[in-house]
Structure formats: structure tokens, C-alpha cells
Design a protein around this ligand. Structure first.
Ligand SMILES: NC(=O)c1ccc[n+]([C@@H]2O[C@H](COP(=O)([O-])OP(=O)(O)OC[C@H]3O[C@@H](n4cnc5c(N)ncnc54)[C@H](O)[C@@H]3O)[C@@H](O)[C@H]2O)c1
Ligand SMILES: [Zn+2]
Length: 361
């Protein structure tokens, strides 16, 4: 089992990673002394799969457990569901020392973390991520949010968990499509900050797809470390450092939105976004085309798309112009300039963005 510290002064916390990490939950919770009553947010599937293991551990730590079930989709991050849970939490909160447990993928983590951040101006919460995406990305870093009908993640906080427990054995039940989804973000870490890790992925992606424990553990530890380093330098995303994590996401989000959030999954859209943004960097003469080819070969081998099908170019352009990262009407892209390095570019001519997209259609 590996333990990694996210250094954020009084908000520092550990990320515990390993096969069977959940078996140490009882000791972890006892040591943290964050409360006596666990309010566990989970979907019905995750409660059925792992609820009793979590309950057993928390009981061992002397905690009471209450499961609040949520729908199994992005729709769970709605204002109405959030308010309902807050009301139930307040009714439940009599002579208790409550802490929240987010048991599930990124949807559960974002919603439960957001609730923890606003209830009584903040109560402790812990993340037990159950998808590859949430173990490598969303559970670490403290960005928590819910959606508005006009856009995703528009109501949110920066609110760090007290611990992240990433048990690799929980990924065994994850469908292959969700492993691929998470792998798009994993490739992103190599592309933006670690050439050696990118090469490791080229050599080991098959073993990740086969869920080989030691390869998964190395990958999740590496990504958590890379994310922690970025978050430590720019916790609140206002120093042009954390923005590196958006590589592939400006175009990716636009493709997701233009496809009505049904044509491509988030991971697929991010894979397309990375290839197109790499293409844009080539057009701007900031990236060697051989690097784009390497990226494309790796994503394609994983089974992620590298060409857009069935989504209209004009719709992608419109969605991209509405992207929330556009500052005062100027577009902003985080583009790869080598394997393991990105730079922020402002005001890229629309015609160049269009060319980069059309090359992939
Ligand atoms: N806060 C952040 O920094 C951050 C970063 C990236 C993404 N996100 C958010 O994360 C969300 C996406 O997260 P996600 O991809 O984990 O999606 P998700 O939480 O919807 O999970 C994906 C699917 O996998 C299933 N599942 C989860 N764990 C499983 C398991 N162990 N076995 C079997 N099935 C399992 C779920 O039931 C669900 O159907 C989005 O809302 C996105 O906005 C947040
Ligand atoms: Zn993402």
C-alpha cells in the first residue's frame, strides 16, 4: 500500500492507494477523529457492491452509518437533489458528529464533497473513489461542484477531503468502457507533465486494460502525485498552473456539448480534445507533428477515438466559444508543446481552431 501526502498546510491530507486499501479505513478514520456518524453518499449499485465493507470498517471505528442513495448519472449533481440531501442531513443531525463519505465515482465525489463544503459552512468528508477517473483525477484536489441547467460544475467550492482512500480492488467491477474513460485522463498526465510516464503508458496500456494490480497501482500513484504537485502550487486555480489539467478539455468539452452529452463520453471527448489541441499546436508551429502522431497512436491503441464522427463542426465551434475558460471574449487553450509539457495560449485565431478540428473530421 502506498501513501501520498497532499501538502496544503492545515488542509493537508493523505491519499492511500493500494489493493485492499479499504481494509485500513477503520484505522484511518479513528486516527483522523473527524466524527462519530458517517453520512455515506452512494449510488444503489455501489452500495450493493461495497456498502457492507465500508459499513463494517466504519463500525469498527465506532461510527454509526447512514446511506443516502443518489441516482446513477450526472443528473445526481442537480440543485434539487443537493437541496434535498442538505435538508435530510439537517434533520438527521441531532446530537451527532457527522462526517460525509463519498463512496463512488466522480459524480458522487463532486456532489457529496460540495454538500460537505456548504453544510454548516463546511464539515469533514472523505473520498472513497470507485472509478479509475475518480482515483486518478476527481477525488484529489478539492474541486467539488454541482451542475446548473446551462452548464456543468457551475456551482462549486474548493474544499479538500480529509483523506482519499483509493482501493484498486474496487475497480474490478468497473466496465471496460469506464477504464478507457479514465485512461484518457491518465494519458493527459503523461502528456502535460511527465514524458517518462507517457513512455510507461505506451509500454503498459495493455496491462492497465487488463487491470493488472501492480500496473494500476503504479499508474494511480503516479497520477495522484502529478495532480497533488499541481494542486499544491495552485490550489484555487488562479495562477495559470492548475489550468494545465485542462489540456484536451477546451475542445473536449465543446465536443461533449455539441454531441448532446450522449455521442461521446467525457474520456472519449478528452481523447479527441487532446489530439485536436495537439494538432492546433502543430498548426501554430509549437509542437513537432511526430509528437501528435505518438499521442494519436497511444489513444487509438487504448481504443479511444482520434477522429470525430457524427458531430457538426459548426456546433463544436459554437460550444467552444461558450466555454467558461474564455476570458473577456478571448479564447484560452492549454496546448502541448512537447511530451511532458504544456503552455497557455490566448487569442488563437478562430480560423486556426476550425482548421485543427476539420483535420480530424
Ligand atoms: N472534481 C474534479 O476535479 C473532477 C475532475 C474530473 C471529473 N469530475 C467529475 O466527475 C464526474 C465523472 O466521474 P466518473 O467518470 O467517475 O463517473 P460516474 O461517477 O458517473 O461513474 C461512472 C459509472 O461507473 C459506475 N461505477 C462506479 N464505480 C464502479 C465500480 N467500482 N464498479 C462498477 N461500476 C462502477 C457508476 O455507477 C457509473 O455508472 C463528472 O461529473 C465530472 O464533472 C470532477
Ligand atoms: Zn476530465
Amino acid at each position: 500500500m502506498k501513501r501520498l501526502k497532499v501538502n496544503l498546510k492545515e488542509r493537508s491530507y493523505d491519499v492511500v492507494i493500494g489493493h485492499g486499501a479499504l481494509n485500513s479505513l477503520s484505522d484511518i478514520v479513528k486516527k483522523l477523529d473527524i466524527g462519530r456518524d458517517a453520512f455515506i453518499v452512494a449510488t444503489p449499485i455501489i452500495k450493493a457492491l461495497y456498502g457492507s465493507r465500508v459499513r463494517k470498517q466504519l463500525k469498527k471505528a465506532g461510527c454509526s452509518c447512514f446511506f443516502r442513495l443518489i441516482p446513477d448519472s450526472e443528473k445526481a449533481k442537480s440543485v434539487s437533489i443537493c437541496i434535498n440531501i442538505l435538508n435530510e442531513l439537517a434533520a438527521y443531525d441531532t446530537k451527532k458528529r457527522i462526517f460525509i463519505v463519498a463512496l463512488g465515482g466522480g459524480v458522487t465525489g463532486d456532489l457529496a464533497g460540495f454538500i460537505a463544503s456548504v453544510y454548516r459552512r463546511g464539515i469533514p468528508y472523505i473520498q472513497i473513489p470507485t472509478t479509475l477517473l475518480s482515483q486518478v483525477d476527481s477525488a484529489v484536489g478539492g474541486k467539488v461542484a454541482i451542475d446548473l441547467s446551462v452548464g456543468k460544475n457551475l456551482i462549486g467550492s474548493f474544499y479538500q477531503p480529509r483523506v482519499v482512500v483509493s482501493d484498486i480492488s474496487l475497480l474490478k467491477s468497473l466496465p471496460d468502457s469506464e477504464i478507457k474513460n479514465g485512461l484518457a485522463e491518465v494519458v493527459k498526465y503523461g502528456l502535460i507533465s511527465d514524458a517518462e510516464f507517457f513512455t510507461y503508458l505506451e509500454e503498459n496500456y495493455v496491462n492497465i486494460l487488463k487491470s493488472k494490480p501492480e500496473v494500476l497501482e503504479h499508474t494511480i500513484l503516479k497520477c495522484s502525485k502529478l495532480k497533488a504537485l499541481v494542486v499544491e502550487k495552485d490550489e484555487r486555480d488562479n495562477k495559470d498552473i492548475r489550468i494545465a489539467l485542462n489540456c484536451g478539455h477546451t475542445i473536449g468539452h465543446a465536443i461533449e456539448a455539441a454531441g448532446g452529452y450522449s455521442k461521446y463520453t467525457h474520456g472519449e471527448a478528452v481523447a479527441l480534445g487532446m489530439v485536436i489541441e495537439a494538432g492546433l499546436a502543430c498548426i501554430l508551429k509549437k509542437l513537432n507533428p511526430k509528437v501528435r502522431t505518438r499521442l494519436e497512436v497511444l489513444l487509438g491503441a487504448i481504443g479511444l477515438p482520434t477522429r470525430i464522427e457524427g458531430v457538426d463542426l459548426d456546433n463544436i465551434m459554437t460550444a467552444q466559444e461558450h466555454d467558461k475558460k474564455i476570458i473577456s471574449g478571448v479564447n484560452r487553450f492549454v496546448l502541448p508543446v512537447k511530451i511532458g509539457g504544456v503552455r497557455v495560449f490566448d487569442s488563437i485565431p478562430t480560423s486556426k481552431v476550425r482548421t485543427a478540428l476539420s483535420e480530424r473530421m
